[in-house]
Design a protein around this ligand. Structure first.
Ligand SMILES: [Zn+2]
Ligand SMILES: [Zn+2]
Length: 241
């Protein structure tokens, strides 16, 4: 299967990533992607861009010789109610693509029940398209309610290629993804691979994700990256458009 989109990447604007928008676009073209998502970190991550950056993103072209660029944000889920770090009107007016994830820099890690509630509430928010890296053993969760909520709303659950990197501090991502993927298979829930590239060299790279999906014989029909059409249709369903 070829991966035609990468909806989770960062540039210099995130404060701890190292490429420009143009370098990321070039990397995406070299990887043969059809859509590139650039999703800078939201408020609460030290050094990330401010609201004015997001509000001015309309100046950036969205078509790069046939590569579609979607600009957005990896928002922070900041509490157990699933509250997002960005304001609703900014999300609606500025973000082509809307990711949300838990980052311990701006979230007080709770019990498995509390963390699960945070994810489930974020999934029920139509302003969230994709839940990023729900895989970190330091943030315990119950996977079944998360997968069931995603089934209800269409919200995509990410398999994050960077989580498998030895430099990454997330704990037991592989074991956690196996649990989650089994349930996604059972309930037929759409997943999406994300590179979470913090450097253009990682844009569109899904080697670790591809391996785990293969090992688990995960059905390709449930992987959003395989088709631009499937992905965009799923976005509409989530947003109720
Ligand atoms: Zn993240
Ligand atoms: Zn990220």
């Amino acid at each position: 299967m070829s991966y035609l989109l990468d909806m989770h990447t960062h540039t210099l604007a995130s404060g701890h990533a190292y490429g420009s928008i143009r370098e990321s676009v070039e990397a995406a073209q070299n990887q043969g992607l059809e859509i590139l998502g650039i999703t800078e970190h939201g408020k609460g991550i030290p050094g990330t861009c401010n609201e004015i950056y997001f509000r001015n993103m309309s100046v950036v072209p969205r078509d790069w010789n046939g590569l579609r660029l979607m600009l957005g944000c990896e928002m922070n889920i900041v509490d157990y109610k699933g509250t997002l770090s960005e304001k609703e009107h900014i999300i609606k007016s500025c973000f082509d693509i809307r990711l949300a994830g838990i980052h311990d820099l701006c979230y007080k890690i709770g019990s498995a029940d509390e963390n699960t509630r945070a994810y489930v509430n974020a999934i029920h928010n139509p302003l969230v398209d994709i839940i990023t890296h729900p895989d970190d053993g330091r943030i315990p969760v119950h996977y079944e309610p998360i997968v069931k909520a995603a089934k209800e709303t269409g919200t995509m659950l990410e398999i994050n290629n960077s989580s498998f990197s030895p430099e990454n501090s997330r704990v037991n991502p592989r074991e956690n993804y196996i649990k989650m993927l089994k349930l996604c298979k059972e309930y037929e829930v759409m997943i999406i691979a994300g590179s979470d590239a913090h450097d253009p060299s990682a844009v569109g790279k899904f080697d670790q994700v591809a391996q785990i999906l293969k090992e688990m014989s995960f059905p390709m029909e449930l992987v959003a990256n395989r088709s631009t059409h499937v992905f965009l249709k799923q976005l509409k369903e989530i947003r109720g458009e």
